[in-house]
Design a protein around this ligand. Structure first.
Ligand SMILES: NC(=O)C1=CN([C@@H]2O[C@H](COP(=O)(O)OP(=O)(O)OC[C@H]3O[C@@H](n4cnc5c(N)ncnc54)[C@H](OP(=O)(O)O)[C@@H]3O)[C@@H](O)[C@H]2O)C=CC1
Ligand SMILES: CC(C)=CCC[C@@H](C)[C@H]1CC[C@H]2C3=C(CC[C@]12C)[C@@]1(C)CCC(=O)C[C@@H]1CC3
Length: 336
């Protein structure tokens, strides 16, 4: 028996930690595929994994989730290499040009909302988004739409009558209904594209379960907590990595008040690992699985209900299908 696992954004942070943890479990016949945009960093990640686990089967796949043509050719390649896919971890993500509102942060520190602020970053973060060469909003394309397209393209490998497969999204506690607008799913008009894209992934996961459970495909979402990675380092760009390291004792102290400060990629990958061991039929499509770390440093996973509803998830799914068909048509026209 083989178990095929594909991880997007696997060359650093939480994705790489997940790969290390999967390999350390010594799963029989594990075939790991690191799907990455930057092949130089992907090679480095593969080498590091093989140094620790010399007999592991670790393959690389070129994938830029922000590009429709890259997703289509990557999926084509996956279908040539494998005849099934057991786990698809949709982890690649960006939060470009984050703007940290220092005033709101200090105001939040002395309000009753302080724990929520540290757990979710709510009210203190906005981003400046860009547009891809294919005309999509970059955060939407990278975090959500590319992954949606990947699932659609890999349907023949994910949907088996006798076997189940799991699609697992790295969402966030920063996913808020208030940042999402069904009339503007790409978030052209707001300044919280990251939050919007993560809320959309929570909705999409529910819609995927509605559509695909009968065909053996199950989707779940996780939140890794607040993890120190290149994504979070960029929140305070004036703070070099060294300053963040000096702040670590303070961050560990805050962990006594909020177990969402998982801080290391290893801890952040806890819920991703937990889901790997679950039977998908036992999972609740309306909850998010949170990686949490106690003040004393113990990791655990906790299920928390999401603020999502079936009607909005179906409406989003219909819009994504429409966008997929429009973009494919454009791509075909370009090729003719
Ligand atoms: N760190 C945190 O506190 C939290 C993180 N998350 C989520 O966790 C996930 C992993 O992030 P994290 O490990 O923190 O950050 P990293 O920046 O370390 O990892 C992000 C990964 O995504 C990849 N990626 C980015 N854009 C693309 C693209 N267009 N195509 C393919 N891969 C891409 C990056 O590759 P490359 O090297 O090419 O840039 C990198 O491997 C993200 O989805 C993030 O939103 C959620 C909640 C909290
Ligand atoms: C003492 C000190 C300087 C603390 C850091 C304050 C903030 C920079 C962080 C507090 C909570 C963090 C957080 C995120 C980014 C950094 C903080 C705002 C995220 C929004 C990063 C991306 C996510 O997906 C969720 C995170 C929630 C918590």
């Amino acid at each position: 028996m083989t178990t095929v696992v594909l991880v997007t954004g696997a060359n650093s942070g939480i994705g790489l930690a997940l790969c290390e943890r999967l390999l350390s479990q010594d799963v029989d016949g594990l075939q790991l595929c690191l799907a990455c945009r930057n092949m130089r960093r992907a090679q480095a990640a593969r080498c590091a994994l093989l140094t620790s686990f010399p007999t592991a089967q670790v393959a690389l796949l070129q994938l830029d989730t922000s590009s429709v043509s890259s997703v289509i050719s990557a999926a084509r390649e996956v279908k040539v290499r494998y005849n099934r896919l057991d786990y698809l971890y949709l982890n690649a993500g960006i939060m470009p040009n984050p703007q940290f509102d220092v005033k709101a942060f200090f105001k939040g520190l002395f309000s009753s909302n302080v724990i929520t602020m540290f757990a979710t970053g709510e009210g203190i973060l906005t981003q400046k988004d860009d547009v891809t060469s294919e005309g999509l909003r970059e955060v939407f394309a990278t975090n959500l739409f590319g992954h949606f397209l990947l699932i659609r393209e890999l349907e023949p490998l994910l949907c088996h009558e006798a076997l189940t497969s799991q699609v697992i999204w790295t969402s966030s506690s920063n996913a808020h209904r208030s940042a999402f607008n069904l009339e503007d799913i790409q978030h052209f008009r707001g300044n919280q594209p990251y939050s919007s894209s993560k809320y959309a992934s929570d909705l999409l996961s529910l819609a995927l379960n509605t559509r695909y459970n009968k065909q053996g495909l199950y989707s779940s979402v996780i939140c890794p907590g607040f993890v120190m990675t290149s994504l979070t380092y960029s929140v305070l760009p004036a703070f070099p990595a060294l300053l963040w390291t000096l702040l670590m004792p303070l961050l560990w102290f805050i962990r006594f008040f909020t177990n969402t400060f998982t801080l290391t990629p290893y801890n952040g990958a806890e819920a991703l690992m937990w889901l790997f061991g679950q039977s998908p039929e036992s999972l609740d499509p309306k909850v998010k699985y949170h990686s949490l770390t106690s003040g004393l440093g113990n990791n655990y996973t906790q299920a928390r209900k999401m603020d999502i509803d079936l009607e909005t998830s179906e409406a989003l799914y219909a819009k994504l299908l429409q966008l997929e068909s429009d973009l494919k048509m454009k791509l075909e026209e370009k090729q003719i």
